[in-house]
Design a protein around this ligand. Structure first.
Ligand code: ATP
Ligand code: MG
Ligand code: MG
Ligand code: MG
Length: 576
């Protein structure tokens, strides 16, 4: 491929709405182009990466015995009504009507459609097990699309669905997918962790998220460096796997100094070690009317690690607040906790200074606590553990680094991660709702046992960049780089020797199966190198008159500090 034929569009500056490094770099490298909130054009450079990601996934899914098909993006609502998800899915489900006023959905996932296929096609035990997958556009009307392709509204997912005779078979299929996912993420060259995740209403222990490790990740992972224990933080807490910490029963012994309180003060008041603790605090400010009544409260969720001056927190200036850690709005916190909308909104009762650190806080009046100064209060919250009712919020999120791990084989550590894949044992949830039965040996109908397995194809790009970049740009792992090697001739338009050598090398590398791009644009070396460092091509070969005189070319890996000089005749072998 020659650069003049291809499409290259790099930017010096990232747009202001790009918060995380991967979003910034993908925009600057011309990989994606925003069309609307959470909706992107995948530009030629970005699409090459997507296609490589898809190819690896497809290969490993085929190897694992899954069969590819393709289900429609627009799906009749009837199927979604059968499972009750047309209503239950909530606002993330994009519902549309056709000209006849018939309801449709734009698929966020495909359990209904695949189960419909299975109930028609898989009639006998002899046809099981079966695993179908597709790589298809998804639409989820995310409340807060952000971080570019990491949380888009339209995105690409690989989703697979297994059908088995019984639970034992389904768990085998699950394991096959789990292993395939490990191979896929190994091949991507990403540092990841498979963590146990909550199975919610289904129960059982067969759900794992594949998390790419990155400080900017939205998820928190609890793991033990010396054993296999790893869970997402919600599960770790929900199952009370974490050591129970005695909750302070007394009201706070002292009041933080108004305006000057730091999180260390709060941690001290709560009796928790600050530096070793990852916890969340909810910070709130209130707007009052002239009579002094609170008319509106704004609540932020802040993950705290280190000391912060509350005045700075209020001003949104928190030194050391990592990218990706942010304040949340009341509505977001309500959603996060599964509260009804408006539940946290009008906070009416301000109690005297008191931090509730009880594990089960029965109602919101108790939740509002810890007035830190007249109109600024702090309260600790926790989600997921020991909750008697779904819409009740409890105490301090309480995972302490260094505590013994639940398997007793070491101590706990915490990392942040980006969920790039999710495998899930479904049981008969969908097959029973949709009467997807097969006939067993005795001719008796039995519900099929299912599993579902997703990979966020487009999210992988963001995750890979979060993990692999430097101040100059992206550093793609070789397996998913848009081009494996870029040829940078210096003076392609001026020097016949340079042009001839570059063209020949280009043709030889192509013939050897190398995904090579020749930069024939005649750019100055500085600008040319900067472009390819930004785009993140793993290997660069510089062709210059000076080195050619000695029969050499300069080969440099994206992470290498210096180029090495390689005899022209050996370059193909070295690059291949
Ligand atoms: P998240 O917790 O990030 O919202 P999810 O648990 O809702 O993701 P799943 O339903 O498990 O997502 O979907 C399978 C995979 O699809 C996820 O593991 C993730 O990689 C990807 N994915 C989900 N939502 C998005 C999105 N909005 N943009 C890009 N990829 C996504
Ligand atoms: Mg989601
Ligand atoms: Mg998730
Ligand atoms: Mg998930």
């Amino acid at each position: 491929m020659k650069a003049s034929q291809f499409f290259i569009s790099t930017l010096k500056e990232a747009p202001a709405d790009a918060e995380v490094v991967s979003h910034k770099l993908m925009m600057r490298a011309g990989m994606i182009k925003r069309l609307g909130a959470g909706i992107y054009n995948y530009m030629p450079m970005g699409l090459r990466v997507i296609r490589k990601v898809e190819a690896i996934i497809r290969e490993e899914m085929n190897r694992a015995g899954a069969v590819e098909l393709l289900m429609p993006v627009v799906q009749p609502a009837e199927l979604w009504q059968e499972t009750g998800r047309f209503q239950a899915y909530g606002p993330e489900l994009m519902r549309v009507k056709d000209r006849h006023e018939r309801d449709f959905v734009i698929q966020p996932t495909s359990e209904e459609v695949i189960t419909d296929i299975a109930r028609q096609e898989l009639r006998s035990y002899k046809q099981l097990p079966k695993n179908f997958f597709h790589i298809q556009t998804k639409f989820r009307d995310e409340r807060r699309p952000r971080f570019g392709v990491m949380r888009g509204r339209e995105f690409t997912m690989k989703d697979a669905y297994s059908f088995d005779r019984d639970k034992e078979g389904a768990l085998k299929s699950y394991q096959v997918m789990y292993d395939a996912y490990c191979r896929i993420f190994d091949r991507f060259g990403l540092q990841y962790r498979a963590v146990a995740a909550d199975t919610g209403a289904i129960g059982g222990d067969a759900s794992h998220e594949f998390q790419v490790i990155a400080d900017t990740g939205e998820d928190a992972l609890v793991y033990c460096p010396t054993s296999d224990y790893a869970a997402n933080i919600e599960l770790a807490e929900a199952l009370s796997l974490l050591p129970q910490r005695a909750a302070p029963t007394q009201p706070m012994a002292k009041t933080p100094t108004p305006g000057k309180s730091t999180c260390a003060d709060v941690a001290a008041l709560l009796g928790l070690p600050l530096q070793q603790t990852v916890k969340s605090l909810v910070l709130a400010t209130d707007e009052k009317n002239e009579a002094g009544d609170i008319v509106k409260s704004t609540v932020w969720l802040l993950l705290v690690r280190g000391d912060h001056d509350l005045n700075e927190v209020k001003a949104g200036k928190v030194a050391g607040l990592k990218a990706g850690w942010r304040f949340a709005t009341v509505a977001e916190i309500e959603e996060h906790f599964g509260c009804k909308p408006g539940y946290l909104g009008p906070i009416k009762t301000i109690k005297p200074v008191q931090v509730i650190a009880d594990r089960t806080v029965a109602n919101m009046a108790d939740f509002v606590c810890g007035a830190n100064e007249a109109d600024f209060h702090i309260t600790g919250v926790n989600w997921g553990r020991d909750l008697p009712e779904p819409d009740v919020v409890a105490d301090i999120r309480n995972v302490v680094v260094g505590d013994p791990s639940p398997d007793g084989k070491g101590s706990l550590a915490i990392q942040r991660g980006i969920e790039v894949g999710h495998v899930f044992y479904l049981g008969t949830k969908y097959s029973k709702a949709m009467s997807a039965n097969y006939l067993d040996e005795t001719g008796k109908p039995q519900p099929m046992e299912m599993g579902c397995y997703g990979i966020g194809v487009t999210r992988i790009l963001g995750a890979a960049i979060e993990q692999n970049h430097d101040e100059r740009g992206i550093i793609w792992p070789a397996a998913i780089a848009p081009f494996a090697t870029v040829l940078c001739p210096i003076g392609y338009d001026r020097s016949a020797e340079v042009k001839a050598a570059a063209d020949q090398l280009h043709d030889e590398l192509l013939a050897a199966g190398v995904d090579v791009l020749l930069d024939d644009r005649g750019e100055r070396p500085g600008a040319m190198f900067a472009d390819w460092e930004l785009v993140g091509v793993p290997l660069r070969v510089v062709i210059s008159d000076r080195a050619l005189k000695e029969g050499l070319l300069e080969v440099q890996g994206r992470r290498d500090a210096e180029a090495s000089k390689v005899p022209v005749a050996e370059v193909v072998a070295q690059v291949k």
